[in-house]
Design a protein around this ligand. Structure first.
Ligand SMILES: *[C@@H]1O[C@H](CO)[C@@H](O)[C@H](O)[C@H]1NC(C)=O
Ligand SMILES: *[C@@H]1O[C@H](CO)[C@@H](O)[C@H](O)[C@H]1NC(C)=O
Ligand SMILES: *[C@@H]1O[C@H](CO)[C@@H](O)[C@H](O)[C@H]1NC(C)=O
Ligand SMILES: *[C@@H]1O[C@H](CO)[C@@H](O)[C@H](O)[C@H]1NC(C)=O
Ligand SMILES: *[C@@H]1O[C@H](CO)[C@@H](O)[C@H](O)[C@H]1NC(C)=O
Length: 403
């Protein structure tokens, strides 16, 4: 190397190093800004998650369904306009995750399966790392469940979930300890009351995550997998324990804390609605398992579940209420997933709000709202609706109008 090219390459290195330093400063600032949000701080406590205090009394969850990540920038997009094909890849999916996190500043991100599209991912580990990178980089607590495509690359379902639970900032877990259970990634998370309030040490919002499987392994039953009796038993026991704890001393509460349930494949009950009684759209069939394993009835009986969130059918993004439980889709998020050109990729946001007592203290959850964010020019917010509010529990109500 002559001295000129030596000088040139040193300069280049300096510039690159400066650029890298810039990026890390930016993301460090962004991380602390994300962590400062909500005055009282909604950051994850070692024991779990917590509602923010201050003026907000809120806990916000971003649902990302069906990223269908493969190899990153070499993986093209499906169902975009022909004039968008050349500039579209998995990196657009990544950009959308960053964009929606920056706009919403969620307390938790939940990825509801088909996180990677295994058939097209050369290396499952690398694909998973790229897919979840925004939550990891921004140091946001995140949770994931499996879809039916996550295991189609170089890792089994167990291998994928084992990799996920070892990633940074995730609250995902493989399975409950000491329980013989079907699937991988059945766990629950507790969201505690606001710091300093009398419910600070109680879970005021319960999140359940289940593995809805991939495909039937029973020869006489075609199609997708389902939530098995072992998983339902674990759910029942967990729900019953949490309800008992919430309604016992200290600070015994009258009613169970609301529960939200996340998994990939919609239940057959998602077919109970039409445009007259859901909010959102249904542009394709409901791709449930071909049998009904009874999980909906199990949740109704448990009594604490207010809403269920799935993905799987990318062109459906509605919420409809059946027997006191809202059944919601998130709508397709990923660009390497089938979709519809001109119909923006989207994400679902759910926010729970605490009740304030007359003396100004934050109490339990008062209401739960949802809306969607579109990956369009304005990151539009659509279909805002109240999913549940205290006092209307289980009772039939007129359909709430869109706002
Ligand atoms: C790309 O194609 C779509 C559909 O034909 C059209 O609506 C849009 O204006 C085009 N965009 C550009 C930048 O040409
Ligand atoms: C994908 O990202 C590129 C680079 O930012 C952008 O130019 C393009 O419009 C995006 N495509 C879509 C479909 O959003
Ligand atoms: C919650 O637990 C912490 C740590 O054990 C304790 O200091 C605090 O007083 C408890 N708060 C309430 C409201 O019980
Ligand atoms: C929704 O409305 C249709 C009729 O338009 C009805 O058949 C169906 O039972 C309703 N579903 C629910 C859950 O109320
Ligand atoms: C974005 O907002 C601007 C200004 O309100 C509006 O003119 C434009 O139509 C919006 N674009 C989309 C895609 O909604």
């Amino acid at each position: 190397m002559d001295s000129f090219s030596l000088l040139f390459s040193s300069l280049l290195l300096l510039i690159l190093a400066a650029a890298a330093a810039d990026v890390s400063v930016d993301s460090r600032e962004e991380r602390s800004a994300l962590q400062r949000r909500g005055e009282g701080g909604a950051a994850a406590t070692p024991g779990g998650l917590r509602f923010s205090g201050g003026r907000r009394g809120e806990f916000k969850i971003l649902q990302v369904a069906d990223m269908h990540y493969a190899d990153g920038k070499s993986t093209g997009c499906l169902d975009v306009f022909p004039n968008q094909t050349a500039t579209c890849s998995d990196l657009n999916t990544t950009a959308f995750v960053y964009r929606v996190i920056r706009a919403e500043r969620p307390d938790l991100v939940v990825f509801t399966g088909d996180n990677i599209f295994g058939f097209d991912a050369t290396d499952a580990t690398k694909s998973l790392d790229m897919a979840f990178a925004p939550a990891v980089t921004l140091e946001l607590p995140w949770a994931a469940v499996l879809g039916n495509h996550d295991q189609e690359s170089t890792l089994s379902r167990e291998g994928v979930m084992r990799h996920i639970v070892r990633m940074r900032h995730t609250l995902s877990r493989l399975n409950p300890d000491g329980t013989d259970i079907d699937g991988f990634g059945n766990y629950n998370l507790e969201v505690y009351g606001s710091e300093g309030s009398s419910l600070a040490n109680k879970s005021v919002l319960n999140l359940y995550f289940l593995d809805s499987g991939d495909y039937s392994t029973v020869p006489s039953i075609p199609g997708y997998g389902w939530i098995k009796p072992s998983q339902q038993l674990w759910f029942e026991r967990t729900s019953s324990r949490l309800q008992k704890e919430y309604m016992s001393k200290p600070e015994a509460q009258k009613n169970a804390a609301p529960g939200l349930v996340y998994f990939h494949i919609p239940l057959p009950e998602y077919s109970s609605f039409d445009a007259s009684n859901f909010t959102g759209v249904r542009q394709e069939g409901i791709s449930s398992a071909s049998i009904n394993s009874g999980f909906f009835a199990t949740m109704v009986e448990a009594g604490d579940v207010k809403a269920v969130f799935t993905g799987h059918d990318h062109l459906n993004d509605f919420c409809g209420k059946l027997t006191g439980i809202q059944l919601c889709y998130a709508g397709g998020f990923g660009y390497h997933a089938y979709g519809k050109a001109g119909w923006s990729r989207r994400a679902r946001v759910v926010s729970a709000y605490l009740e304030k007592s007359v003396d100004g203290e934050w109490r339990g959850v008062k209401s739960i709202k949802t809306w969607k964010r579109l990956d369009d020019q304005n990151l539009s917010t659509i279909d805002s609706q109240v999913l549940w509010s205290k006092g209307n529990n289980g009772r039939r109500r007129k359909r709430s109008t869109k706002n």
